[in-house]
Design a protein around this ligand. Structure first.
Ligand SMILES: Cc1cc2nc3c(=O)[nH]c(=O)nc-3n(C[C@H](O)[C@H](O)[C@H](O)COP(=O)(O)OP(=O)(O)OC[C@H]3O[C@@H](n4cnc5c(N)ncnc54)[C@H](O)[C@@H]3O)c2cc1C
Length: 341
């Protein structure tokens, strides 16, 4: 927005202490970072190179797929907390006002203005009068929700995960993916020699509770063919364990007269695509151009933005279906049956 010389205020209730899931930045993100003049983030030492994937999918062999031959080069394994801070600092440098730890509470429309109220964690309130609102609130889709718009939720995917310290650096810039009877495992390196281990499966297929989750995950790892060999001696070093939704979803109506949805607020991608962060940046950039167009009198710019985002979503869902189709070992299991329609 600042490139278009449009004043911009961000309301964000994200507390720095809450770690967002998602750390693997696919190589295709490099082009987006260049377009947004954010290369300094990619070259910063706080993130490490992501050079490829160890994959067990379709049969029981373990394959290494390096990004060497890809046009975009390597990806990055992000230190997500520092990544969020870097983005915020750059936005401030570029003239964006950030209302940190403010939660959006209400929106009312008055003539051609949007009146937005928000509340700080210390209960201080602020009211902003805006010409336009971009809903960048992630899966909460808070603006859309306040407009009464529903979401289509396409699957029940959830991440059952834990973070552990490694006794030695075993992944060496790679992620590890292994499909199993009722889902797939995904392991990625984090900062400080830690790893995140995600079991991705449909939430309605399991009935575990938080107290047993840790043991349940380790008992499931023991039944894997390859993952169990990747994670020696980390059980005692686990620091966090949890469950997070990872559904693929799409707003029924991703925008209105003076608002549009952006990133996860508009649609969410299966983590198998590694596209969530890249999409949030691409759609943020495209949304800024569309809003600038709208404010300058281009009546088509918002609908063009929405059409292009939907096209991207539909293409990604088609690619994802191919990926799931390429695993045919457990076609009778509900997890795979649902994805082989
Ligand atoms: C298990 C899992 C693994 C993933 N792995 C990857 C991966 O490896 N690579 C990848 O690219 N993507 C991954 N993703 C997806 C990725 O994390 C998201 O797509 C990405 O964070 C979306 O960015 P966003 O800016 O749209 O939303 P978010 O990053 O969710 O940001 C939304 C912001 O809005 C704020 N907010 C919400 N409600 C309010 C309110 N009422 N008032 C004020 N602020 C509010 C939140 O605090 C937050 O800061 C993964 C997702 C999951 C679930």
């Amino acid at each position: 927005m600042r490139e278009h010389h449009i004043p911009c205020v961000v309301i964000d209730n994200h507390m720095g202490s809450t770690v967002k899931l998602g750390e693997s930045l696919a190589p295709s993100a490099n082009a987006v970072f260049r377009k947004l003049s954010l290369e300094e983030i990619l070259t910063s030492e706080v993130h490490s190179l992501y050079v490829g994937n160890n994959v067990v999918w379709g049969d029981s062999s373990l394959r290494q797929r390096y990004f060497l031959n890809e046009p975009y080069g390597d990806g990055r394994h992000l230190n997500r907390t520092l990544f969020e801070k870097q983005l915020q600092d750059i936005a401030i440098e570029r003239g964006v006002i950030i209302l940190e730890n403010y939660r959006l509470t209400s929106i009312t429309q008055q003539e051609n203005k949007m009146i937005v109220s928000c509340c700080h964690s210390d209960n201080t309130t602020r009211t902003i009068t805006a010409d336009f609102i971009a809903d960048c609130s992630g899966r909460a889709s808070i603006v859309a929700k306040k407009m009464g718009i529903k979401k289509q939720i396409i699957d029940n995917l959830a991440s059952y995960h834990f973070i552990a310290e490694q006794s030695e650096e075993s992944l060496k810039g790679m992620t590890f993916i292994e499909s199993v009877e009722d889902g797939w495992w995904y392991v990625a390196p984090l900062a400080d020699n830690k790893v995140i281990v995600n079991f991705m499966s449909d939430s309605d297929l399991h009935s575990n509770n938080a107290t047993s989750l840790y043991d349940w995950l380790f008992s499931k790892i023991a039944t894997t063919q390859h993952l169990k060999n990747y994670l020696p001696a980390i059980k005692s070093l686990t620091t966090e364990v949890g469950i997070k939704t990872a559904t693929t979803s799409l707003l029924d109506k991703p925008g209105g007269k003076q608002w549009i949805a952006v990133g996860d607020a508009l649609c969410t991608y299966d983590p198998l695509t590694s596209f969530g962060i890249t999409n949030a940046l691409v759609s943020g950039h495209n949304a800024a151009n569309a809003i600038a167009g709208f404010l300058n009198g281009n009546t088509d710019s918002l609908s063009e933005y929405i059409t292009s985002q939907m096209a991207l979503f539909n293409k990604s869902v088609a690619l994802l279906q191919n990926q799931y189709q390429s695993e045919q070992r457990w076609t009778k299991h509900l997890f795979w049956e649902r994805r082989h329609l």
